[in-house]
Design a protein around this ligand. Structure first.
Ligand code: AMP
Ligand code: GLY
Length: 438
């Protein structure tokens, strides 16, 4: 089949990489592309949010399946427009994408579905919100309702902090229209975990767990980023726990969405907080996580195109999901200054030491130890035949090996072969799982 991938970051490179290995795929296209993606997919010069342009392209090229990476086009109705044109697409409709685009909507669905989540109240009035946190008088979380690129959430120790967060969102409009309303919820403690399930509207199959590292610095310090690294699977959370999440979270959510007349189709990415026996849902996303997708795709062994097509056609029962039991670890190499201001266009060196044809001691060892290494391009560009940085998160270096400890070591060994001015990465990706597992 011919497949079009929408988006052009590390997540989409990982999707393209795996789709390119699907026996059923003979044509692969990607909006925008990047120097990594362009080695395996034809770049299509249409922006991900130019939905009409993408529909025309997909119809003219007779694309059999379109796979959407980022949430933006989904929230803007790309799946609705593709379906209307008779084109197959993997991703939820605009109405179903509200699960991610509106936190108040997501909480209402959780309530209807009986999905466990923190107690909350939604506000459109700043005064009422301030009064509420004063009355609460304890730690809480203030969340801008709309899409704020992961920055609209403030975890607060008490009323003062919460009032500052309410003012930032509702009065200063720091997140634009996303902050016109806020939800204020109980602050939960526990271990954060992400779960991914492929949903066909009525039914779902489990993909598995991954864990992200959102803070920029080691030890979860510093401002939040889009994600500095990930690993999958997550020790101690195996198939039995996945079955519980399917029963307690994914299926009830699907039921509630179907009952509303807006069935959910695509990948449900549930952010969980687990404390002992209790599972609470923090949020839903309606897409693959980035960089969680890079780690998951490294482990994915079935024909990805056939699997996603089955989901898109409402045949979850036919969706094959074979994941390697080995551990995958992704380390993000970021530009100096990220998540604040950073330069673009900085030359990147050393990638050929991972991927070039020349043998090297590292490559020989990886081959002998059956370690797989792949540097996914998140934000790179070619300038005068030189590979340069083109964004904050530049490369997502991913390794798969027997056991988390080996995968961590291999990911850092590979990452250390790459360099660019100002480059930084967290040095503790995956470490908390090793500590926790003891
Ligand atoms: P969200 O975008 O809703 O996932 O929130 C971003 C981050 O804020 C999460 O990854 C958690 O670390 C934290 N967070 C969100 N909601 C809560 C909560 N109710 N209790 C504690 N931490 C939370
Ligand atoms: N890495 C977190 C996300 O994609 O939302």
């Amino acid at each position: 089949m011919k497949v079009l991938v929408v988006g052009n970051g590390g997540r989409e490179h990982a999707l393209c990489w795996r789709l390119n290995q699907s026996p059923s795929v003979w044509g692969l296209f990607c909006t925008g592309g990047n120097p990594g993606i362009n080695q395996i997919a034809r770049p299509v010069p249409i922006a991900p949010d130019d939905i009409a342009g993408l529909v025309s392209f997909a119809a003219a090229e007779r694309i059999d399946l379109t796979v959407v990476g980022p949430e933006g086009p989904l929230a803007h109705g790309i799946a609705d427009e593709f379906s209307r044109a008779g084109l197959k697409i993997f991703g939820p409709t605009r109405a179903a994408a509200q699960l991610e685009a509106s936190k108040a909507f997501a909480k209402a669905v959780m309530r209807e579905a009986g999905v466990p989540t923190a107690d909350f109240v939604a506000f459109t009035d700043a005064d009422a919100a301030r009064r509420h946190v004063r009355t609460l008088g304890r730690p809480c979380v203030v969340k801008a309702d709309g899409l704020a690129l992961g920055k609209g959430v403030a975890v607060c120790d008490g009323p003062e902090e919460a009032i500052a967060a309410i003012d930032a969102a509702m009065v200063d409009r720091r997140f634009g229209a996303a902050g016109a309303s806020v939800i204020i919820e109980e602050r939960l403690a526990g271990e954060e975990l992400s779960f991914f399930a492929l949903c066909d509207g009525a039914d779902a199959v489990a993909l598995g767990f991954a864990q992200d590292h959102k803070a920029v610095f080691d030890g979860d310090r510093g401002p939040n980023t889009g994600g500095m690294g990930a690993y999958s699977p997550v020790p101690r959370y195996g198939d039995a726990f996945a079955a519980r999440v399917m029963d307690e979270v994914v299926r009830p959510t699907l039921g509630a969405m179907a009952a509303r007349g807006t069935p959910f189709r695509g990948v449900m990415f549930a952010g969980l907080m687990v404390a002992g026996d209790r599972i609470n849902v923090l949020e839903y996303n309606v897409r693959f996580g980035d960089p969680e997708c890079e780690a998951l795709m490294m482990r994915f062994e079935s024909d990805l195109a056939e699997t996603l097509l089955a989901i898109a056609e409402g045949r979850a029962r036919d969706a094959a999901i074979r994941l390697s039991p080995r551990a995958a670890v992704t380390v993000v190499l970021a530009s100096g200054g990220y998540p604040g201001d950073y330069r673009k266009g900085v030359p990147i060196g050393g990638l050929e030491r991972l991927e070039g044809a020349e043998p090297s001691p590292a490559k020989v060892r990886w081959a002998m130890d059956k370690i797989r290494i792949k540097a996914f391009h998140a934000a790179t560009a070619m300038r005068a035949a030189t590979l340069v940085t083109d964004g904050g998160r530049v490369l997502a270096v991913t390794a798969m090996a027997d056991g988390l400890e080996r995968a961590i070591a291999a990911a850092y060994e590979a990452a250390d072969l790459i360099h660019f001015d100002g480059m930084h990465c967290r040095r503790d990706i995956g470490r908390r799982a090793l500590a926790g597992a003891q």
